[in-house]
Design a protein around this ligand. Structure first.
Ligand SMILES: NC(=O)c1ccc[n+]([C@@H]2O[C@H](COP(=O)([O-])OP(=O)(O)OC[C@H]3O[C@@H](n4cnc5c(N)ncnc54)[C@H](OP(=O)(O)O)[C@@H]3O)[C@@H](O)[C@H]2O)c1
Length: 331
């Protein structure tokens, strides 16, 4: 029987959660037609939620989190997948209620699998991971809604996080004038190097403001924060502007009046990276490996092994993360 190493989170009888690295058996993995040797995973906000026992993400423990995985096919009954093929899996149920990428082997349906784009290494694909893929989805949504660099500044909230940093870099690569909203002084340099032309203090955008509309500051926005930040962004979009909303680190709730929508014609665009049809995922991953390939991926990556998982996930959960953590499953 094939054994592999995995992080396992368990719940005790008092509802407390703890995690240890264990040897698991392939037979314990859920059903699926494709077995993958995982070489790299990455850390996302959702992993930190699963790790800390958030039942909205993971219903049953013991559980191995990890919503991202890159590696090679061990075996598959799918005609399009052969042993040794380099692949990645992000989203769907991976790491939520299906044993995830914080284990050296996963078993998943072939319909979740993306062939590694030729322009990306396995590690690079995980520096991007769900966060980078979501940033790309946000940018694509803005472009599809007619947002162009000539229209003015685009603000990215939660800019020092995974989605935020990659959104800043992608928008800048595509010629946009980018303002990065962050609460971290230590991230200013990196954000400027990624292409941010302006740094905005996150408190300036994140405090409740009762006025129904604000000064028209932004042609568009990528918002990972939700809450009062999203409310303020909607109120400060320029006429016809759009915000791609994908996150909730401040709050899942936000308040709004219809005024920005009916007086300025602004657009609130929802972004989901999880249940997106696989063909759409494959096409966007190919773009991230070709015309949208970022040169700075290694600069925003912290390399970790199993031993650093606890501390790194705690950092993510507290909003203290800077860029992306990549987990090397062989270290
Ligand atoms: N819709 C989807 O498919 C999808 C996919 C991926 C992620 N997400 C969501 O997107 C969000 C960001 O994910 P991520 O991976 O980028 O997380 P992350 O790496 O933890 O980054 C989040 C960033 O938000 C800022 N922040 C944290 N707490 C805050 C608070 N209370 N108020 C205001 N800003 C705060 C911090 O940046 P600064 O210090 O720079 O302000 C932090 O680094 C999460 O809510 C995640 O669940 C959604």
């Amino acid at each position: 029987m094939q054994q592999f190493k995995a992080l396992q989170v368990s719940e005790d009888s008092e509802g407390k959660y703890s995690a240890i690295v264990v040897e698991r058996n392939v037979d314990e993995l859920p059903e699926g037609d494709t077995l993958i040797q995982v070489n790299y995973s990455s850390l996302n906000f959702k992993d930190a939620m699963s790790f800390s026992g958030n039942k909205a993400v993971t219903r049953q423990y013991p559980h191995t989190p990890g919503i991202d995985a890159a590696g090679t096919i061990i075996s598959s009954t799918d005609a399009g997948l052969n042993a040794g093929d380099e692949v990645l899996v992000t989203g769907y149920d991976l790491g939520m209620n299906t044993s995830g990428g914080f284990g050296q082997i996963i078993r998943v349906p072939a319909e979740w699998v993306v062939k590694l784009p030729s322009g990306l290494s396995q590690k690079e694909s995980m520096i991007l991971g769900t966060a980078g893929f979501t940033a790309a989805l946000c940018v694509e949504k803005l472009l599809n809604n007619g947002v162009e660099p000539s229209q003015g500044k685009v603000v990215v909230t939660g800019a020092s996080g995974g989605v935020g940093m990659i959104a800043v870099a992608l928008l800048s690569k595509l010629g946009f004038d980018v303002a990065a909203s962050t609460g971290k002084q230590a991230a200013h340099d990196t954000l400027s190097k990624l292409g941010a032309a302006e740094i905005v203090d996150r408190n300036a955008l994140g405090e409740e403001n009762k006025r129904p509309m604000l000064k028209e500051d932004w042609a568009a926005a990528v918002d990972v924060v939700g809450g009062d930040t999203l409310s303020n962004v909607i109120k400060s979009l320029r006429y016809g502007g759009s915000v791609a909303a994908c996150g909730l680190v401040q709050s899942a709730n936000f308040s709004a009046t219809v005024l920005p929508f009916i007086l300025r014609g602004v657009n609130l665009l929802g972004v989901d990276s999880v249940l997106l049809p696989i063909e759409t995922k494959r096409a966007l991953w190919d773009k991230l490996g070709s015309e949208w390939k970022l040169d700075q991926l290694e600069d925003i990556c912290s390399d970790i092994g199993f031993g650093e998982l606890d501390a790194s996930l705690a950092q993510l959960l507290s909003g203290g993360a800077n860029g992306r953590f990549v987990l090397n499953l062989n270290s």
